[in-house]
Design a protein around this ligand. Structure first.
Ligand SMILES: *Cc1c(COP(=O)(O)O)cnc(C)c1O
Length: 398
């Protein structure tokens, strides 16, 4: 047994914090850390955002929780705002990304069922995907390292190589219900599907009466510079899972769907105790107040360009450390030549926090409210970290 009372499932960095302000965390060691991980793209408006704090505190003084047995006006209001701002007609609130994915898959299966096709229950997914850690979500993600030791993989998921649309087309059979993908794979290493691929998938779904499900848990709510990443392509899904940034740090998530896609989700068919809880809804509405305000997403795009150009210059300076810079908006990936963990540790020594991803990529996913000064500081620290790694390579080569 390890020394901790916690499950040993996380490899934690030896850091702990006292409080946060904007894009900064203050450590228990009194040091200030520039946080370009933002709780893995969750703290979309940074720490201690006054509008979010006020919304949470105000709701906390009324009641924290109500059952979905009753009307929850803030829930209705948030759903209406999400519907007004997206392709969707209907919303179901949950607590986590994996639950939103489960809800999305259930919605697709029920659609086929009420359409007279109970045999259609399979979902096609793409290698490198990450959809969460529930039994269905690890089956959908298809990664051996997350499936190992958890019994037979949940039935109903078929996987094709990343962006292999021909393979997806070949795999469509009489039991296929849906195609599920992240428009930009997040944990998989910031790997975007080209717009042309999303268009082809949309056509395939239309042709075969399948539901197109986008997992925008990581890419959504302004992260890429659009409200949702799929807007860059002009392709809309039938169903979408949203989480991470939507609560600004309060755990909440949602399934969005067209009325047609949601038609099987009738009374009593699905449920949740905590989903859509008033505290969560207050936070979600407060996040939308900011993210949907005039010019906010333009600012995200402007700052993203500043950051991407700065990173590209550092990549040119240290080609022995960094291979390239990828991503959209403030969902950026540094593809490393050295192990990404090596650069991550070097950045931590500079008190810049980043998040590792697959494909040997380090993610830089700051708060959407990050300032120009924060970005310049992060670039300075990135340059210093890359320089230290490069110097250690030179020593090792001697
Ligand atoms: C984080 C993530 C999930 C899982 O969300 P949880 O809240 O951890 O369950 C699912 N899909 C994507 C794309 C994610 O980034």
């Amino acid at each position: 047994m390890s020394g901790s009372a916690l499950f040993d499932t996380f490899a934690r960095a030896p850091l702990s914090f006292e409080r946060g302000e904007g894009s900064w965390l203050v450590g228990n060691d009194g040091q200030r850390y520039l946080d370009f991980g933002a709780g893995i793209a969750v703290n979309s408006l940074g720490y201690s955002h006054p509008h979010l704090v006020a919304a949470l505190v105000e709701q906390a003084g009324k009641f924290w929780h109500l059952s979905n047995l009753y009307e929850i006006p803030e829930q209705t209001r948030l759903a209406e705002r999400l519907v007004a701002a997206t392709f969707a007609d209907k919303v179901f609130f949950t607590n986590s990304g994996a639950e939103a994915i489960e809800g999305a898959i259930k919605t697709a299966r029920r659609y086929q069922y009420v359409n007279g096709h109970p045999e259609r229950f399979r979902t096609i997914t793409f290698e490198g995907a990450f959809h969460g850690r529930t039994l269905a979500a690890i089956a959908a993600g298809g990664q051996a390292k997350y499936l190992e030791g958890f019994g037979p993989k949940a039935e109903g998921f078929d996987q094709v190589p990343f962006n292999d649309i021909d393979a997806a087309e070949k795999l469509i059979g009489p039991e296929t219900a849906a195609i599920l993908l992240e428009p930009i794979q997040g944990e998989g290493g910031i790997r975007p599907f080209p717009a042309q691929s999303l268009k082809r998938l949309r056509e395939l779904c239309d042709k075969h009466d399948l539901l197109l499900i986008f997992d925008e848990v990581q890419t959504g709510v302004g992260r890429t510079g659009k409200f949702f990443a799929h807007e860059w392509s002009g392709v809309t899904p039938d169903i979408m899972a949203v989480a991470k940034g939507i609560g600004g740090g309060f755990p909440m998530a949602a399934v969005l769907a067209t009325a047609e896609a949601a038609k099987g989700m009738t009374t009593g068919i699905h449920g949740t105790t905590f989903g859509g809880n008033p505290l969560a809804m207050a936070c979600g509405n407060a996040v939308l107040d900011v993210v949907l305000s005039d010019g906010f997403l333009d600012e995200v795009n402007r700052k993203a360009l500043l950051m991407k150009q700065g990173l590209a210059a550092i990549a040119d300076e240290f080609p022995d450390v960094i291979e390239d810079i990828r991503g959209q908006g403030l969902l950026l990936g540094v593809k490393c030549k050295v192990p990404a963990a090596t650069l991550n540790v070097a950045l931590r020594e500079q008190k810049l926090l980043a998040v590792p991803a697959g494909d040997n990529v380090l993610r830089l996913i700051p708060a959407l409210t990050v300032t120009d000064a924060d970005i310049r500081e992060a670039l300075d620290r990135m340059r210093a970290g890359a320089k230290a790694v490069s110097a250690s390579l030179a020593v090792a080569a001697k």
